[in-house]
Design a protein around this ligand. Structure first.
Ligand code: HEC
Length: 108
């Protein structure tokens, strides 16, 4: 099974560095859920701002986004701090997990 294959087909040129393992990824999302797991997808600290939902997004896109935070192409301070602590394997794993997660049960 290759969850990233679909993403590569849809986003040519975006090639994840490693194959993601959704099971391993689930265990790495505990710190993400504090912001990304909130119904309505908003966080209240330090200010109220919208947080993108991750469930159902393409793994390749999420890996690309995390790499962009890590290398500074994306400048959001919270996500830069988070991404700085993730290895390429961590990014692939959490992306695979979120890509396999449906958010249809969310209240909104
Ligand atoms: C402190 C709150 C917070 C935490 C914790 C957090 N995020 Fe985020 N995340 C955000 C916010 C806010 C954004 C939107 C930033 C922006 O506008 O660029 C975001 C954006 C993202 C994006 C880009 C989504 C898109 O649609 O472009 C990804 C992927 C992501 N986060 C993954 C993660 C992962 C994986 C973790 C855990 C390892 C995590 N985040 C932890 C707040 C958080």
């Amino acid at each position: 099974m290759c969850l990233t294959g679909l993403g590569i087909a849809l986003f040519p040129g975006i090639v994840p560095a490693a194959d993601g393992d959704p099971v391993a990824g689930k265990g790495k999302t505990a710190m993400c859920a504090g912001c990304h797991g909130i119904p309505g997808y908003k966080t209240a600290f330090p200010v109220t701002y919208s947080v993108p939902k991750l469930g159902g997004q393409h793994a390749a896109y999420m890996v690309k986004a995390l790499q962009a935070y890590k290398n500074g192409d994306r400048s959001h301070p919270s996500m830069r701090a988070i991404a700085a602590g993730l290895s390429d394997q961590d990014m692939a794993d959490v992306a695979a997990y979120y890509a396999a997660t449906s958010t249809h049960s969310a209240s909104k």
